[in-house]
Design a protein around this ligand. Structure first.
Ligand code: SF4
Length: 385
């Protein structure tokens, strides 16, 4: 399998805006987790759903994978690398770059100490995505984050000393105005840490989160569309001026530092997703796992597949998804075979500065990214394959 995602569901507490499938735990059941993942991989292999392609990217996401002890991280990396014919185990050093294997761990800054960073690097992890979110102490408290503002810098320094040359920082924009957010200051503080990659996400209000409850109780007002657009364009300007490539709607990279794992999602490559609530995709089939950790663990322990459901996309759904995902990226999509109504829509979007043509490709402009959902919804209404 070329691309593997492991969902590590454990968190110390739930952040105020988060609706991910997580398990809040004081003590992390690391040994049970690793055993469950190994078992799920074996079940997939036995069912013929694990192809023999050499591994290219392994991504530990969550949840909070950095809550796993480093030896559990090392065991997982070794297991998946050992499963790959291209990387016979043991292998403790992988270069970062276009041709090397990419092994990413998502981490909260408070979990990254010098010994942990060194242990991850020795295990073969070569990319770290740090959930910084904000540099404002008050906003971090409001978000229910576990780290303090100064810990992001300490984490980056520990990673650099351990030899990581591919560090990504996550930031959140479009925060409620009552919090007095300052995105420019956050971006400048992030840039001062010299990251290789930045993910800049707009805050979205998801049902059943503390944030949604606060908003419906009138305790806080969400940021409006205008602020969202202004801040999105501010980030684009500031980061591209600093030499970052805005290569996907939420992602910026130094040359050679795009996320190769996430690129697989955007280009429709097959990937396996293991762990509770993880999704996998192959051909036209998308499958997903049972969400609650306890039910997932019990099921794989009994030797049964933890798959909760699957859908097979029609040709039409698949091609529309290709367009949607392609337009999220700076590469855009190859010219399409569309009916005249859809072609007219695209031409209108080009005239409005939302799309641009580049040879045989068409791609969204930064302004177009702000209108992408509406554009694709209109396109889907007149879709002809
Ligand atoms: S650490 Fe991440 S996954 Fe966990 S609650 Fe916070 S945002 Fe959600």
């Amino acid at each position: 399998m070329k691309h593997v995602y492991l969902h590590v569901p454990f968190c110390r507490r739930r952040c105020s805006y988060c609706d991910f499938s997580i398990a809040v735990r004081r003590a992390i059941p690391a040994a049970q987790y690793v055993a469950a993942i190994r078992r799920e991989r074996d079940l997939l292999f036995a069912s013929g759903e694990w192809d023999d392609q050499p591994l290219q990217t392994l991504y530990l996401g969550g949840g909070t994978p950095s809550l796993l002890p480093p030896e559990s991280v090392a065991e997982l990396v070794a297991f998946f690398l050992g499963s790959s014919s291209r990387f016979p185990f043991p292998a403790s050093r992988f270069p970062t770059g276009r041709r090397g294997l990419e092994v990413t761990i998502e981490a909260n800054p408070d979990d990254v100490t010098p010994p942990v960073a060194a242990a991850w690097r020795a295990a073969g992890v070569n990319r770290v995505s740090l959930g910084v979110q904000s540099f404002s102490p008050a906003i971090l408290r409001w978000m229910h984050r576990t780290h303090r503002a100064g810990q992001a810098g300490k984490a980056v320094r520990a990673l650099r000393r351990a030899g990581f040359d591919n560090v990504s920082l996550d930031l959140i924009f479009a925060l409620p105005g009552a919090l007095r957010p300052n995105l420019r200051r956050d971006l400048e503080k992030a840039l001062a840490l010299e990251p290789d990659h930045l993910s800049v996400y707009g805050l979205s209000v998801e049902p059943r989160t503390p944030l949604a409850r606060w908003i419906s109780a009138g305790a806080i007002a969400p940021s409006g569309d205008e602020r969202y657009a202004d801040e999105f364009l501010l980030a684009h300007q500031l980061l591209t001026d600093q030499g970052f490539e805005h290569y996907e709607v939420s992602n910026y990279a130094r040359p050679g530092r795009r996320s190769r794992h996430n690129a697989a999602y955007w280009t429709g490559e097959p990937y396996a997703g293991l762990g509770p609530a993880a999704h996998g995709f192959a051909g036209r089939t998308r499958r997903w796992n049972i969400s609650p950790w306890a039910a997932y663990e019990r099921t794989v322990h009994q030797g049964k597949s933890p798959e909760a459901g699957r859908e097979i996309l029609s040709e039409e759904e698949r091609s529309l998804e290709r367009v949607y995902l392609g337009l999220r990226t700076r590469s855009g999509v190859a010219r399409l075979h569309l009916g005249s109504e859809a072609e007219a829509l695209l031409e209108d979007a080009v005239q409005a500065g939302l799309l641009e043509r580049r040879g045989r490709r068409i791609r969204a402009t930064p302004k177009g990214w702000l209108a992408l959902d509406a554009m694709v919804a209109r396109l889907s209404a007149c879709w002809v394959t």
